[in-house]
Design a protein around this ligand. Structure first.
Ligand code: ZN
Ligand code: ZN
Length: 349
């Protein structure tokens, strides 16, 4: 079968399956509930959002069925127990079952519509890739790949900024503070960071004209690959494969304490770390931040290590502690960067 035909067939199958489940859930559960709560004017929004729930549930189930046995059969790190992973499961379900997209649409969609209308009024139109090259509509697979590459390129620079901008790093550090990387670790993020990311990528996708169905497809594929990247498995993609697609080995090195992601340590200080690629390691190779050779190391944030290596800082065990401490670190960082009042001003009189 031709790859394009296979892509079409898979897309149709997933579409039908999720569409049926979406309708069934809506009619049997959501609609009566909305009726009961006198929220019938939200039914369009609820119906649309159910697609994320259904597709997300399917994806999480598939990812778990494939990766959990692999973590059991070929683990890279041996742990005494899986304690500390629970919060990551919570983060994954909240993100992938659509709660974050729902919050985004409820809060930011109106802002977004205004912005687009304003841009249109001032002659700034969407850079619609479809319009630039109409043949793309005839080749959904090609369009899908092009959108993936464009979004991934933006993702690489987005991720580098998360490490270079002090207050932003304090939020992203929630992701890096997990010392047991598992198939659940990808969605462990600060919720403020999640909201920023959802807004940025949804805006970019709208701007370049990604069709909504393909946007969901990209999110599902991207999420599954990122679960694999964080899994505790001894899997490499081979010499060539490692350079084409981000592997668990490649991403784990990005999480390495004092090596993959921290400023001012080791020989990589100039680059603020290595292996920032989201799905494609191409940008790391192009911009000199790739490392394919260093052996796997312990993961985490230097500050959380006991002295003398770190400062024994607590990044929180539960979800709310992690969120609160992240906000506090961010505030501290911003306060430290503010210009101080000259000492003479207070010494007057
Ligand atoms: Zn990661
Ligand atoms: Zn990072």
């Amino acid at each position: 079968m031709h790859p394009a035909e296979l892509f079409d067939a898979v897309a149709r199958l997933v579409n039908n399956l999720t569409g049926d489940a979406q309708t069934w859930l809506f009619v049997t559960l959501v609609q009566p509930l909305l009726w009961h709560l006198h929220l019938m004017d939200m039914d369009d929004l609820a119906y649309d959002n159910l697609l994320w729930v259904v597709a997300g549930a399917l994806q999480v189930a598939l990812v778990y069925l494939v990766l959990r046995p692999l973590e059991w059969l070929a683990p890279l790190e041996r742990w005494e127990n899986r304690r500390g992973i629970g919060p990551d499961v919570f983060y994954t379900l909240v993100n992938r079952l659509g709660l974050v997209p729902l919050l985004f649409f409820l809060t930011l969609q109106p802002v977004f519509d205004h912005l687009l209308a304003w841009m249109h009024l001032h002659g700034w139109d969407n850079l619609n890739l479809d319009a630039l090259w109409p043949r793309m509509q005839l080749h959904p697979l090609l369009g899908f790949v092009i959108y993936l590459v464009v979004l991934d390129f933006a993702g690489y620079w987005y991720h580098r900024l998360q490490h270079q901008i002090g207050w932003w790093w304090e939020l992203h550090a929630v992701h890096h503070s997990q010392r047991k990387l598992s198939l659940w670790a990808d969605d462990r993020n600060h919720f403020v960071d999640d909201a920023l990311q959802a807004a940025f990528f949804a805006a970019l996708a709208l701007f370049i004209g990604v069709p909504p169905g393909q946007f969901i497809g990209l999110a599902l594929l991207g999420g599954a690959l990122q679960s694999l990247q964080h899994a505790n498995v001894r899997i490499g993609f081979g010499r060539i494969g490692e350079r084409l697609l981000v592997s668990p080995r490649f991403h784990r090195l990005h999480h390495a304490v004092g090596f993959g992601h921290e400023l001012g340590h080791g020989n990589r200080s100039r680059l603020y770390g290595c292996n920032f690629g989201v799905l494609l390691p191409w940008w790391d190779q192009l911009f000199g931040s790739a490392d394919f050779d260093t052996a796997p190391r312990a993961t985490g944030v230097r500050e959380q290590m006991p002295a003398p290596e770190g400062r024994g800082e607590d990044y929180g065990r539960g979800v709310w502690a992690q969120q609160w401490l992240g906000l506090r670190r961010m505030a501290r960082r911003i306060a430290a960067a503010l210009p101080r009042r000259p000492a003479t001003a207070t010494a007057r009189g």
